[in-house]
Design a protein around this ligand. Structure first.
Ligand code: AHR
Length: 504
């Protein structure tokens, strides 16, 4: 199999917003309790946070984290999580039928985010609550001092405001499963008014309105149009969510869902343009893809009869054992976000620890990186700068959901100092090596700096990393590629993810 590609120095797509490498964490399952927070763990610091998890998180260089939900936020009282820990109420979380002890609240989470060197993007509850709680939450977090909520925060030991600059207006409000689910028009109105109230504190705050929970929703894409018509001028982003799986064990079909996601982005971008034109608006609205990942488990698998649960604390929910194929998928979806850097400015892998996550833990035991950790890390470390246009000519295939899908999934980013071109390339073929020939036009003194490979054999497609064997599927030093006279050439192994760094 042979694929050719061309990258021209003058054909830039857009600046990559670093925030496409963001993450999401929810009060759900063992994400917070038993994930980032486990006071009895041997590595726990004085605040109860696991240092082993913090280490893995820091290595990802995550710019932004969305918190505290998810479906959880739609019935959450953030005030339950402030003040002395022994006085915080235990609540029943209706979204995940679990017990919420509130031992982690906004102040604990903010201190964790600071240690992890990540900015917070907070969601307000627009399911059971509304403008009043949102404005109180913003005042608690952001106002310096001299008001009821800001002084309360200071009395809780947080002298300095958190200056949270990004706020999400509820979660998946189009979903009938959402507590407080609404029709598009009523949600759009509430989002508009809530956003105005939040921005009354500081006009530079940016808000994210809920788009569709996925592109298979009956209300998609009408939801986006109606919601934006209500609030276009008062929001900066519209959120999209989508989760993926390969229950049919058809890898090529699985990978083509990335092309389908490209259409999802394109459609919503078109609706944004439509509403902007209709309103004669001056501002731009961008896409915040704030939940995405591979997801197989369902609640019945996690527990046979969820309805009979006795409201467990931090049950093991959606703990996926990601395999090589999932890693290739995650690398490919990140490629799509890079290719759509013009419209997608934020994207959050969902979630960060234990729940559909790149990082896993055992209670009292080790933390380890799942296969998907590595393509996410490589994109975050090396995918910053300017997304380049990559023209591809090579073999393609068709599936039920997409036509002319390239076997070569590729993106390229030129670093901000213009000294390094990074190529992320996936050979989707299960059996065949791929001979590549990538012309680097307009770049001078090109030299191969690094080549790392994950996979290379589709027999490993379903192999995962485990607590006992955390290094079964990890990146290895590559080989077989050269850069000669401005052309990157050589072979990509079958079913492989490749990080290729070139000095220019
Ligand atoms: O990430 C898990 C759940 O998926 C989130 O709570 C919800 O927003 C989505 O449906």
């Amino acid at each position: 199999m042979k694929s050719r590609a061309t990258i021209h120095r003058e054909f830039e797509l857009a600046r990559v917003d670093d925030r496409i490498y963001s993450a999401f964490i929810e009060h759900m399952g063992r994400a917070i309790y038993g994930g980032i927070y486990e006071p009895t763990h041997p590595t726990a610091n004085e605040h109860g946070f696991r240092a082993d998890v913090l280490h893995l998180v820091r290595e990802l260089k995550i710019p932004l984290i969305r918190y505290p939900g998810g479906n959880f936020v739609s019935a959450y009282k953030w005030e339950d999580g402030i003040g002395p820990k022994d006085q915080r109420p235990v609540r029943l979380d209706l979204a995940w039928r679990s017990k919420e002890t509130n031992q982690v609240g906004i102040n604990e989470f903010a201190s964790w985010a600071k240690e992890a060197d990540i900015e917070m993007m907070l969601a307000v509850n627009l399911g059971t609550r509304g403008i009043e709680e949102a404005r109180n939450f913003v005042e608690y977090c952001n106002h310096p001092k001299g008001s009821f909520w800001s002084d309360l925060r200071r009395s809780h030991g947080a002298e300095q405001p958190y200056d949270v600059g990004m706020w999400c207006l509820g979660n998946e409000m189009d979903g009938p499963w959402q507590i407080g689910h609404m029709e598009a028009k009523e949600y759009g109105r509430l989002a508009d008014e809530t956003s105005k109230a939040i921005k009354a504190f500081n006009k530079d705050i940016e808000t994210v309105v809920c788009g569709s929970s996925n592109d298979q929703m009956k209300t998609y894409p009408e939801w986006e149009r109606v919601v934006l018509q209500e609030c276009y001028e008062n929001v900066e982003y519209i959120s999209l969510h989508k989760y993926f799986g390969n229950s049919r064990h058809d890898s090529l079909n699985f990978f083509s869902k990335i092309d389908e996601t490209g259409r999802y982005i394109q459609t919503v971008a078109g609706i944004i343009d439509y509403v902007k034109a209709e309103k004669r608006a001056k501002n731009d609205v961008y896409i915040c893809f704030d939940e995405w990942n591979v997801w197989y488990h369902n609640r019945e698998q996690d527990h046979e009869n969820v309805q009979n649960w006795d409201w467990p604390e931090a049950p093991a929910l959606l703990e996926e054992d990601y395999n090589l194929e999932d890693a290739l998928f995650v690398g490919g979806l990140l490629n799509e976000f890079i290719r759509r850097s013009d419209r997608v400015k934020i994207a959050c892998i969902a979630q960060l620890v234990n729940v559909i996550s790149p990082i896993r833990t055992l209670d009292g035991g080790p933390a380890w990186a799942a296969t998907i950790y590595y393509p996410y890390q490589f994109a975050s470390l090396y995918g910053r700068g300017t997304a380049m246009n990559v023209a591809v000519a090579g073999p393609t295939y068709d599936t039920e959901i997409a036509h002319d899908v390239n076997y070569l999934d590729i993106s390229a980013v030129l670093s901000a100092d213009e000294n390094e071109l990074t190529i992320f390339a996936i050979n989707r073929s299960l059996e065949d090596e791929m001979e590549i020939n990538v012309s680097l036009l307009g770049f001078e003194r090109c030299q191969l700096l690094d080549h790392r490979v994950m996979g290379g054999n589709s027999k490993d497609a379903r192999t995962s990393n485990t607590a006992n064997e955390p290094n079964r599927i990890v990146p290895k030093q590559g080989g077989g590629l050269v850069v000669e006279e401005g052309i990157l050439k050589g072979n990509l192994k079958p079913f492989s993810y490749n990080l290729i760094r070139i000095t220019v």
